[in-house]
Design a protein around this ligand. Structure first.
Ligand code: FMN
Length: 180
């Protein structure tokens, strides 16, 4: 069965200010070359989302992955902006808005706080609600905690971030392969 995979990266600076998300995304590029990756920070540094172009990518996709660092217990603002400007009435919802129906949605996110510090899934109830509202199937999440900024200063801790991100990418790839 075909499974077109669309990965939306919501990191605000994947070129110079990311370790964990950058590693996850580069592993996906290498291991899943057939997947399409959208770097919102590179395409839309001014937040001027091209709704038609983004909707075309969504139409192509069977599985959509939201890849992001948690910012203030939520998705980064550029990712929220992308949702607001592409999941539009008549496209994703409303009496004629059925274009996301039947697609799968996966969350893939990293946090500075350790994974056991709190239940991060609680914060993403709004995404699961939006997913159900648009007729999509929530297909699960991959979360890696304890990849904070200050760890980057220490070479050993930096290596720990890289290892955690590698393990994260492996889990995400396995979850994506299960969707086929
Ligand atoms: C503006 C901002 C807000 C953040 N808010 C949170 C937060 O609410 N909870 C948390 O655990 N980490 C928070 N962090 C830490 C990031 O989630 C963490 O640095 C990121 O996941 C690391 O990924 P990266 O190496 O790809 O940048 C925040 C970081 C920034 C810059």
């Amino acid at each position: 069965m075909k499974n077109n995979i669309l990965i939306i990266s919501g990191h605000t600076d994947t070129k110079t200010d990311s370790v964990a998300n950058k590693r996850v995304l580069s592993m996906l590029e290498e291991r899943m070359p057939e997947a399409r990756i959208v770097y919102l920070d590179r395409l839309y540094p001014d937040f001027e989302i091209d709704a038609a172009a983004e909707q075309a990518k969504l139409l192509w996709a069977d599985t959509i992955v939201l890849q992001f660092p948690v910012f203030w217990f939520s998705v980064p603002s550029i990712m929220h902006c992308w949702m607001e400007q592409t999941w539009l009435h008549g496209f994703s919802h409303g009496s004629t808005g059925d274009k996301l129906r039947g697609k799968k949605l996966i969350l893939s996110y990293t946090t500075g706080a350790p994974a056991e510090a709190m239940n991060f899934e609680d914060f993403f109830q709004f995404i699961r609600a939006a997913c159900g509202f648009c007729g999509m199937e929530y297909a699960g999440s991959v979360h890696t905690g304890g990849v904070s900024y200050q760890m980057r200063q220490d070479p050993q801790l930096l290596a720990e971030i890289e290892q955690k991100a590698t393990a994260h990418a492996e889990k995400l790839i396995a979850l994506l392969q299960e969707q086929a």
